[in-house]
Write a protein that binds this ligand. Structure first.
Ligand code: VG1
Ligand code: CO
Length: 566
């Protein structure tokens, strides 16, 4: 039976502007008639097509589609299938039941050489009808669309007058298989794939599973290494079950919250000390050697040692950089390291020692992709619980956990010992981030203008700020801008930076991923060569006070305390 294409009139919705990671809004906004259709039509319109895919070997126009299983994922997968069918896309690879972790989407795009993929997630933000949803486009390299493309998508959303759809197309996305449809005489294909398979194959090519297995299960030389892995009811559940239990021999008691739920069971699936407090408490009070949690879409990770010893993401990146030899994927060494600008600069010291080029990019994983594609970058991370490598073009939570297990299996040291050794070798960058969520947007913008003016005034350089016995002298104040070393594109206004003579840094920026109001992020990074075992909040107190003083944050936001401290 031939299915027909319908052309429907529509009109632009205000504010369909993709942020740091695609379009993120409240679920109900996506439920407005035409809203999701408009955005998907605009993605398809901005998506670069191959000139001709006549030859059988040409990649054709194939896209990967999947999401983290949150409320609205499944119906939106159907909408995407119908709109793609109507717009001449030849094939879709869809995760069974619409499930694919963000790293798995990146992996599939690369493995199947597709034009890109559409990821349905609001990442670490809560799900359910009253919470968040999101749509993100990833390009042929597997990474989030660069600014030029998200600008183009946005541009189309402001002008859209119609979208095309095949309303009668029904694809059984709950069953793995190959489905072919006739769309007004043209063939359209949907392949529903097991969400886990391709990703597991990739992980097996990167790590020595046998070695990690004997760590977890124990050996005559060593007692079993107890892990507790928390999927926070997000998408990683099926991946964790397969990898940690079926492949690596962990017990079912070693994994928790592994069923993806539409509302994450009410959890806020953000793996940090506040929102993953259950894991923190269980690991603290139990016999566990390592705890790990992942966010809703599986790209973020938090690593804890015995007694819930906390590894900051900035330290985690530095430790991985210093121990890449424990991971077979890096047997030929690395091609450079990178971190986002606000990320603590611990990794910079490792790069210097190992003579690796170090890149500093704006917040958001999209900025790492070009460097990786040009073979200039192997390992990178963000302070926001993101770590990854050039095995894909997204950060990767499970990969980060397997990397830590590889280091432990190879060195025989505990998480805490690995960290202590690292600090003794390099000194320590104390790091903390204060988030002030859901503030009024206009006052936050006023505050950013005020601070920018203040810190970019030439008289600011050389100023002293004192709190208690500590005095910091300003070396530089600016609004960070970045020139991509590969395509020379420029990203301006990426966050206010104050750098002091001793290398300490204060960074202030507004979040680009929130779905309501504004979130202020304040990042503090300070280096100590010798005093490496202090409490970060105590050690950083003087610099935090200086930051609050310079920014007048309390006055502008009316907040005495941050919502989240990491
Ligand atoms: C936040 C983080 C950033 C991360 C982004 C997406 O952005 O700070 O480091 O890349 O989320 O993470 P913002 O603009 O809110 O600070 V996720 O796990 O959405 O893909
Ligand atoms: Co995420």
């Amino acid at each position: 039976m031939s299915l027909s294409i319908e052309v429907r009139s529509t009109q632009p919705f205000a504010g369909q502007k993709p942020g740091t990671s695609g379009l993120r809004k409240k679920v109900r906004e996506f439920m407005q008639p035409g809203y999701t259709e408009n955005f998907v039509q605009s993605i398809v319109g901005a998506c670069p097509r191959p000139q001709a895919s006549a030859s059988a070997s040409a990649p054709g126009s194939c896209l990967v589609v999947g999401g983290d299983g949150r409320f609205l994922c499944a119906p939106v997968v159907h909408t995407i299938v119908r709109i793609c069918a109507a717009n001449g896309i030849e094939k879709l690879l869809v995760g069974q039941n619409g499930i694919l972790s963000t790293p798995a989407v990146s992996c599939l795009i690369r493995a199947h050489n597709t034009l890109g993929g559409i990821v349905l997630t609001a990442s670490h933000n809560p799900g359910g009808i009253d919470n968040d949803f999101g749509i993100k486009f990833n390009c042929a390299n597997g990474g989030p669309a660069p600014d030029q493309m998200t600008d183009e998508i946005y541009n189309l959303t402001t002008k859209i007058t119609q979208y095309k759809i095949v309303p009668d197309l029904v694809c059984p996305i709950d069953k793995v298989g190959q489905y072919t449809f006739d769309i007004q005489g043209k063939k359209f294909e949907v392949e529903v794939v097991d969400p886990v398979e391709g990703y597991v194959t990739l992980m097996k090519s990167i790590f020595e599973f046998d070695r990690i297995k004997s760590l977890i299960c124990g050996s005559p030389q060593r007692k079993p290494f107890n892990v507790l892995i928390d999927s926070m009811n997000g998408v990683t559940g099926p991946y964790v079950k397969r990898i940690f239990v079926d492949e690596l021999g962990a017990s079912l008691e070693s994994i928790t919250r592994t069923v993806p739920l539409e509302d994450f069971g009410g959890a806020h699936p953000d793996p940090n000390l506040t929102y993953a407090a259950d894991l923190v408490n269980t690991v603290k009070n139990g016999d566990y050697d390592l705890g790990a949690a992942f966010d809703g879409d599986g790209d973020r990770n938090m690593i804890l040692g015995r007694n819930s010893f906390f590894v900051t993401p900035s330290d985690s990146l530095a430790v991985l950089a210093d121990n890449l030899n424990c991971i077979p994927y890096f047997k030929n060494g690395a091609n450079g390291f990178a971190r986002s600008m606000p990320t603590g600069s611990a990794v910079d010291r490792v790069a210097e020692k190992l003579k690796q080029t170090m890149y500093e990019v704006p917040t958001g994983w999209k900025y790492f992709g070009n460097l990786m594609d040009a073979n200039k970058l192997s390992l990178c991370g963000e302070e926001s619980f993101g770590t990854g490598s050039d095995h894909i073009r997204e950060k990767d939570g499970i990969w980060a956990c397997l990397s830590w297990l590889s280091i432990i299996a190879n060195t025989g040291k505990s998480v805490e010992e690995v960290l202590n050794n690292h600090w003794n070798k390099y000194g320590r960058n104390y790091f903390t981030r204060y988030d002030y969520e859901d503030c009024a947007a206009d006052v936050c913008n006023q505050m950013m203008d005020y601070v920018e003016k203040k810190i970019t005034d030439p008289s600011f350089v050389g100023k002293d700020f004192t709190f208690g016995s500590k005095t910091y002298r300003v070396k530089l104040g600016d609004n960070f801008s970045y020139v991509d070393p590969i395509d020379k594109s420029v990203a301006t206004k990426q966050g206010l930076r104050i750098i002091f003579e001793d290398g300490s840094r204060i960074i202030l920026r507004l979040s680009g991923t929130g779905s309501s109001g504004a979130t202020v992020r304040l990042y503090i990074d300070s280096y100590e060569a010798v005093d490496v075992t202090g409490d970060a909040q105590v050690m950083l107190k003087p610099l935090i006070e200086v930051a609050l003083q310079i920014s007048d944050l309390k006055k502008y936001t009316g907040r005495d305390q941050p919502t989240v401290i990491t």
